[in-house]
Design a binder for this molecule. Structure first.
Ligand SMILES: Nc1ncnc2c1ncn2[C@@H]1O[C@H](COP(=O)(O)OP(=O)(O)O)[C@@H](O)[C@H]1O
Ligand SMILES: [Mg+2]
Length: 424
């Protein structure tokens, strides 16, 4: 079992990796995993060195240790594949199955953020292995086969699609996806699943557009059609194409900023109110980013995006400065209750309750005074009420799908008198 690897980083503005340090994962005699990270001496000697995580792994010659997160430092967890990517790696790994370090080492070099991993003290030369011709149809078929647990057809095309899919597995998230390249740069292709209750690609595209209409800085996106199927392409904001390759932004998820576990047992740390405190500390422009996070929290409440968990927020650093990333993964959900919906993160004094008063209760921490916060909420509520349908239809969401998701927008409970809501 692999227990040690080197951690590489693409420094701000650079397209090639340098070695930043060494990561090791061992088990104590109780079987508890311990992760250790140490920066390399030559890395610390560079005057352009940047920390992997400015809070948990500051530039220093000490050996960092963690027993949290199964011995995986938050920034490394952010760089390792999530549910979907892990599934694809497991499929190819065989018995006894990959361990945490294997997920880092066997995932391709297109992971979110600026880090790379390998067993050599020197980073391998950067390879540009993305396919320039996007064959989404083959990728979609391959994704369907994995979901259905079917054998993949044994032919050259399937093989190519399989490899492409494998190349696309470092990105996190649960939906099937691949990273594809075109002349503009890199995109995340998010595929529909056969068991989806509505056309997710089109609806997510509509939500990204609606967010922009509400003044939110959302990731650039477009739809691709493959026969009668759709995929959403989201432009990667952690890569910037220049002549000699891709510059990379460092990236930390909100899960890492909050020092939180993925598991529900760590739920008390899942909070916009706590997150904005961390954001104000790390951001180079807190006065812009904190109010922006406030808007996103309100938007999620108003579209019933109850999947707004801490992996769906991030900060990025293209240069030395950290900023809130563009918004991504915005999807309405269809909870049964029309009186009370809960976001994944606490958003005020009444916990996770997606309610106007709750959103207002801590607005000062988002650097938004109460009066202004009221206006933001009122205006956004009107925009969403008036424009969600039109936006969705314009992006090709069917009448039937609009009917299915209609109850998600500016739901009744958002303005329910609080006493009434408590009683119910
Ligand atoms: N536009 C983007 N640029 C860079 N990284 C992104 C972008 N969108 C998403 N990510 C990263 O990829 C992960 C998965 O994407 P996401 O849209 O959340 O997929 P899912 O719907 O499967 O959760 C995110 O958690 C984030 O780390
Ligand atoms: Mg997600």
């Amino acid at each position: 079992m692999t227990s040690e690897c080197f951690v590489y980083i693409a420094l701000p503005g650079e397209t090639e990796f340098v070695t930043a340090g060494r990561y090791r994962r061992d088990f104590d005699r109780h079987g508890v995993a311990i992760g250790r990270f140490v920066y390399g001496k030559s890395y610390l000697a560079r005057n352009d060195a940047v920390p992997l995580d400015p809070a948990e792994l500051k530039l220093s010659s000490r050996t960092y240790e963690t027993r949290l997160l199964n011995g995986v430092f938050g920034v490394l967890r952010d760089a390792s594949p999530d549910y979907w990517g892990r599934r694809v790696i497991e499929r190819h790994f065989g018995s006894p199955g990959p361990d945490e370090l294997d997920y880092l080492l066997y995932s391709p070099d297109d992971r979110a953020g600026a880090l790379g991993f390998g067993t050599g003290a020197e980073p391998p030369a950067a390879k540009r292995k993305f396919n320039r011709t996007i064959d989404l149809q083959k990728l979609q078929d391959f994704a369907d086969a994995i979901i259905a647990g079917k054998e993949l057809p044994d032919e050259a095309d399937a093989q190519q699609a399989q490899e492409l899919m494998l190349e696309g597995t470092s990105m996190g998230g649960a939906r099937p996806k691949a990273v594809v390249e075109d002349d503009d740069g890199l995109w995340i292709a998010k595929f529909n699943r056969p068991d989806d209750k509505w056309n997710h690609a089109k609806v997510e595209r509509a939500m990204l557009v609606l967010a922009q209409t509400c003044g939110i800085h959302a990731a650039e996106s477009r739809l691709a059609t493959i026969g009668d199927r759709d995929a959403l392409l989201v432009k990667r904001f952690d890569r910037h194409k220049i002549d000699k390759g891709y510059q990379r932004a460092r990236m930390l998820s909100a899960l890492t900023l909050l020092r939180a576990e993925d598991a529900h047992t760590d739920r008390e740390k899942w909070s916009y109110v706590l997150l904005v405190e961390e954001l104000r500390r790390i951001s180079a422009q807190p006065k812009v980013d904190a109010p922006e996070l406030f808007k996103r929290m309100c938007f999620n409440a108003l579209i019933s995006n109850t999947d707004d968990h801490p992996r769906n927020h991030a900060v990025i650093a293209m240069d030395k400065n950290w900023r809130l990333s563009p918004a991504y993964d915005l999807t309405p959900s269809m909870p049964v209750s029309i009186e009370r919906r809960d976001l994944a993160l606490a958003c005020g004094d009444m916990g996770r309750y997606a309610h106007a008063d709750n959103l207002l209760s801590q607005s000062a921490r988002f650097l938004v005074p109460t009066d202004e916060a009221k206006q933001v909420i009122d205006k956004m509520e009107q925009t969403i009420k008036n424009q969600w349908y039109e936006t969705a239809r314009r992006e090709g969401v069917s009448e039937k799908d609009c009917e299915t998701i209609g109850g998600a927008f500016a739901y009744e409970g958002f303005r329910l008198a609080v006493e009434e809501a408590k009683a119910s």
